[in-house]
Design a protein around this ligand. Structure first.
Ligand SMILES: NC(=O)c1ccc[n+]([C@@H]2O[C@H](COP(=O)([O-])OP(=O)(O)OC[C@H]3O[C@@H](n4cnc5c(N)ncnc54)[C@H](O)[C@@H]3O)[C@@H](O)[C@H]2O)c1
Ligand SMILES: [Zn+2]
Ligand SMILES: [Zn+2]
Length: 367
């Protein structure tokens, strides 16, 4: 270990102890970094809907979870065998530390990497109970332990709360448009569900040069934010049929690319029928295990095109994070608009409630 004296660290962290129970602020024991690991002092961590999915048991049953995975901070120490990263580096944490060796990596498609790296050592509660860090990160904590490859260095001129956004939701949305959906100049794009992820998809579509960007949500506040981020048209799908509206706004054809950022069968079905023939659907919203989809197979065939899922916006953190932070610093990517509020570590439960009531795009825990 390089960078400090050896010891385990007792820090404050937010855990989901059991399915559906409110989250708790408790003491977490973080080991010193071992081989290939890094200890990171967290400066900011966004509250993503996926944290709420974890708390509700929608992702797995490996309770207790150490929540938080959308974070930026400063490397405090690195373990043996780590190169290109050192104490003091400002980093965004990623949940795609590519292995370079799995079948996806070997075929030259590392953004699908099936064997991404996480820390080998476990973080625990003070009684020794092993914690499952959300998406292998666990950053609603003063410090966390990750694989060194999960740290992506970016310019320290970017504010931590803005940089942290790129660690998950905003990257997932931007990448759903830019990478998975391959939105191009002049395309028509519809985004269904305009929370943090969907609004980022709107921004990504604008960056890619889409000429029509239709934002759909059931909450007018979200639609107003989507408009600020580049939506040219908005549809409140509680009031009108979004499929008809999207078709009407695209010369009765449907959009070239429809991005589903809710993760429900009904919104997926809307996305499926709101796209043009041979168009693309990108599913970035995360469904829960109970959900089922039923579609006429003839329509799947007859409408053609591509039905894709987007994991983390098909991003490559080391390629995309520095590029996006540079665009932000150049004034071309207004990431700060996603920061609805900064909160303390003990306010995550309240932030979930605000997210469910639609009051925020992103709450950022700052430390
Ligand atoms: N694929 C990935 O890599 C990835 C990464 C991060 C988050 N996600 C997922 O993306 C989804 C969105 O995350 P978020 O953080 O933006 O959540 P959020 O709660 O901030 O946003 C969800 C939005 O969907 C809207 N909505 C709900 N029901 C709707 C309906 N029937 N029709 C239209 N809009 C509706 C809500 O009003 C809200 O604006 C979640 O499922 C999350 O788990 C996926
Ligand atoms: Zn791999
Ligand atoms: Zn997330």
């Amino acid at each position: 270990m390089k960078g400090m004296d050896s010891m385990a660290h007792e820090v404050k962290g937010v855990i989901a102890r059991s399915k559906g129970a409110p989250v708790e602020l408790t003491t977490v024991v973080v080991p010193d970094p071992g081989l290939g690991e890094a200890l990171v002092r967290i400066q900011a961590c966004g509250v993503c809907h996926t944290d709420l999915h974890y708390r509700e048991g929608g992702i797995g049953e490996d309770f207790p979870y150490l929540l938080g995975h959308e974070a930026a901070g400063v490397v405090e120490a690195v373990g043996d065998g780590v190169s290109g990263l050192e104490a003091g580096d400002f980093v965004i944490l990623n949940w795609r530390a590519v292995c370079g060796q799995c079948r996806a990596c070997r075929r030259g498609r590392p953004w699908y990497c099936f064997s991404t790296h996480n820390a080998t050592q476990k973080m625990t509660l003070t009684d020794g109970t092993v914690l499952s860090p959300a998406l292998g990160i666990g950053a609603f904590a003063e410090k966390t332990l990750v694989a060194a490859g999960q740290c992506t260095k970016v310019s320290s001129q970017v504010k931590p709360e803005v940089a942290g956004l790129l660690g998950c939701g905003v990257m997932a949305g931007l990448g759903a448009a830019l990478n998975t959906g391959q939105v191009g100049r002049g395309d028509s794009v519809a985004v269904i569900g305009c929370g943090g992820v969907g609004c980022a998809a709107v921004l990504g579509a604008r960056l890619a040069g889409a000429s029509k960007i239709i934002a759909v949500d059931i909450d007018d506040r979200k639609l107003a934010w989507a408009r600020e981020l580049g939506a040219t048209d908005t549809v409140n799908s509680r009031e009108t049929d979004p499929v008809e509206q999207i078709r009407a706004l695209t010369g009765d054809n449907g959009a070239d690319v429809v991005i589903e950022a809710v993760g429900r069968p009904e919104t997926y079905t809307q996305a499926f029928y709101a796209r043009d023939l041979a168009g693309t659907v990108v599913l970035v919203g995360v469904p829960t295990p109970d959900m089922r989809l039923e579609l006429p197979l003839l329509d799947v065939f007859g409408r053609g095109g591509a039905l894709k899922s987007s994991w983390y916006g098909d991003c490559l953190p080391d390629r995309d994070f520095p590029m996006l932070t540079d665009l932000h610093l150049a004034g071309r990517l207004p990431l700060e608009k996603f920061v609805s509020e900064t909160i303390a570590l003990d306010a995550v439960e309240e932030a979930f409630a605000k997210m469910q009531r639609g009051e925020v795009l992103r709450s950022l825990v700052t430390l």
